[in-house]
Design a protein around this ligand. Structure first.
Ligand SMILES: Cc1cc2nc3c(=O)[nH]c(=O)nc-3n(C[C@H](O)[C@H](O)[C@H](O)COP(=O)(O)OP(=O)(O)OC[C@H]3O[C@@H](n4cnc5c(N)ncnc54)[C@H](O)[C@@H]3O)c2cc1C
Length: 520
């Protein structure tokens, strides 16, 4: 893919005039007449992006999803509450950042104006010791974002900035992908922050919240992922740290409309369809085995979660080569996380934020008041006079009894929002999962890339190496499009145009400063 700067249509992309556009390999617009068939395995964001890009160009797509609905880690399912109401449960709160250009492009297929998303006014953070931070008033364009944060933050002042180790900290100013992995994948996020002399208070507040949102303890997370995150959300993009959230539960707001688009494009969307094996056939085709059926395709996109990919590749003995298979087998998932959703009989205080990042509260990572922004919760709260609150705890010690953690998180809620201590819990749903990838120290080299040893098999998902500054949901969407583009290029068809935050530090002065660190 070639890259070039573009004037940005702010309504379609973001506000960052330095965002980069990545042009796909040249080719015909789409198939006409006879077209190949492709299996996309996995119906999360990555699979939906791949399936959409392929189907739009006339490929005959079958999407296989083992779950009963689309969305993967953002899937939702109906539950009946103790008071008889119907609600949609999910893994809960997700921040849709403005620099998620490719994810937003995917969602625009079904919702051109992104009317399903609503902005959150702030990204407040609170530490148990009383320290609080906010990004609402921090400017969005670097370097003013960093300077504004230092000027406004109680946890990170000018004195802290002056006390940092300048030589070690300079690389923060010019994060480049994939070079950042070559230099920093070998140390942990925690060690990196110590090395640069990052102030203790800001370390515990801002960085712990961010690194834990990668589902890992900072001692286990690769420093390269932390630097990348710093670049994407802070110093490398002028979209800022504010984000949007869906106005309704994920299925209704996002995946049912997108699934409808796919079907209108002629794709076959099969839910409740786990794939057990993929086998290369002698004639170059690939067979895909599901419960009781074997389908034949000319290409396959593996858009599964980490464990699903490991299992499927493990069972598909003839797929790939020995070293690729060994790398997939070595992939790890992050420790378990808990999402507790509580339907409470009374409203939380009026000034409580829709979302609050928390630190120092025994592993409670954030608290959302869903009825502030999600229609279904707001209607329940209006009808009952109650409120809907969600608690997330990432990287939980797997040895602790789930009930103990659930009770502890509720007690911490009582501390964060003391009025809730007297509320009655009308109903509670607790989701325990461990399906997020672990970006462990030194693990980058073995993570799968989009291309595999088989020219007609590609990989997509939020664990994939894309060579671009993208993470989490945006990595899933971007890798999905890249996986489709790689197949389309092989057929001489032009793929999807992609966008990314700049792939290097954005200011010449900051880049020059960062260069000093490398030369010394
Ligand atoms: C609690 C929580 C909060 C999060 N918050 C944020 C956030 O605020 N911002 C952000 O950007 N990201 C966030 N994330 C991360 C985000 O959810 C993921 O990065 C993203 O959803 C990954 O999408 P994916 O398509 O790569 O994988 P998945 O969504 O896991 O999709 C993989 C799919 O493959 C299917 N599958 C597996 N095996 C098979 C098989 N054999 N046959 C058929 N199908 C199979 C699975 O059922 C699944 O649907 C959060 C995640 C969690 C859990």
């Amino acid at each position: 893919m070639s890259a070039r700067r573009h004037r940005i249509d702010a309504t379609l992309h973001g506000r960052d005039s330095r965002a980069e556009v990545l042009m796909p390999a040249p080719g015909r617009q789409r198939f006409t007449g006879d077209s190949p068939s492709a299996a996309v395995i996995g119906g999360g964001i990555a699979g939906l992006a791949a399936a959409t890009a392929l189907a739009e160009r006339g490929v005959r797509v079958t999407l296989y999803e083992q779950g009963e609905s689309l969305g993967g880690r953002l899937a939702g399912w109906p539950v009946r509450l103790a008071d008889g109401s119907e609600a949609t449960m999910s893994r809960g709160f997700h921040a849709f950042f403005r620099q998620y250009y490719n994810l937003r492009g995917l969602l625009r297929r079904a919702d051109p104006g992104l009317s399903a998303l609503t902005p959150m006014a702030d990204y407040p953070l609170r530490h148990r010791d009383g320290m609080a931070d906010s990004f609402a008033r921090v400017p969005r364009t670097p370097p003013w974002s960093a300077l504004g944060f230092v000027a406004l933050s109680p946890s990170f002042g000018w004195r802290d900035l002056a006390a940092m180790n300048p030589r070690e900290a300079l690389p923060l100013l010019d994060v480049r992908v994939p070079e950042v992995y070559e230099r920093f994948d070998g140390i942990s996020a925690e060690d990196f922050l110590h090395r640069i002399g990052f102030p203790e208070a800001a370390h515990h507040l801002a960085f712990e919240v961010f690194s834990r949102s990668f589902f890992s303890d900072p001692r286990e997370l690769s420093a390269a992922e932390l630097l990348l995150m710093f670049h994407i959300y802070f110093l490398g993009s002028s979209e800022g740290l504010l984000f949007d959230v869906p106005r309704e539960p994920f299925p209704q707001a996002l995946w049912e409309p997108l699934g409808g688009c796919l079907r209108r494009l002629g794709a076959e969307v099969r839910t409740g369809a786990p794939v057990h094996r993929v086998r290369p056939a002698a004639d170059g085709d690939l067979t895909v085995e599901t419960d009781g059926a074997t389908d034949r395709h000319q290409a396959v996109v593996l858009a599964l979660d980490t464990r699903g990919l490991r299992r499927l590749v493990g069972a598909s003995e003839q797929l790939g080569d020995a070293s690729w298979r060994a790398d997939i087998a070595a992939m790890r998932t992050a420790p378990p996380f808990l999402v507790s959703r509580l339907w409470l009989d009374r409203p939380v205080r009026e000034d409580r934020a829709g979302f609050l990042g928390t630190s120092g509260f025994d592993g409670l990572d954030n608290v959302s008041v869903l009825d502030r922004w999600e229609g279904e919760s707001a209607r329940w709260a209006a009808r009952t006079g109650g409120s809907v609150v969600e608690l997330h705890a990432y990287a939980v010690d797997g040895r602790t009894e789930p009930k103990v953690v659930q009770r502890r998180m509720l007690e911490r809620l009582h501390e964060v929002y003391p009025e809730t201590a007297d509320f009655r819990v009308v109903d509670a749903h607790h989701e325990w999962r461990d399906d997020c990838p672990l970006f462990s120290v030194g693990g980058y080299r073995r993570r799968p890339a989009v291309r595999t040893p088989h020219p007609r098999v590609t990989v997509a998902g939020d664990m994939v190496r894309t060579g671009l500054p993208v993470a989490l949901m945006e990595r899933a969407a971007t890798s999905g499009f890249l996986a489709a583009n790689a197949l389309l290029a092989g057929w001489g068809i032009r793929g999807q145009v992609l966008w990314t935050v700049p792939r290097a530090g954005r200011s010449r002065v900051l880049r020059a400063l960062a260069g000093l660190a490398v030369r010394r």
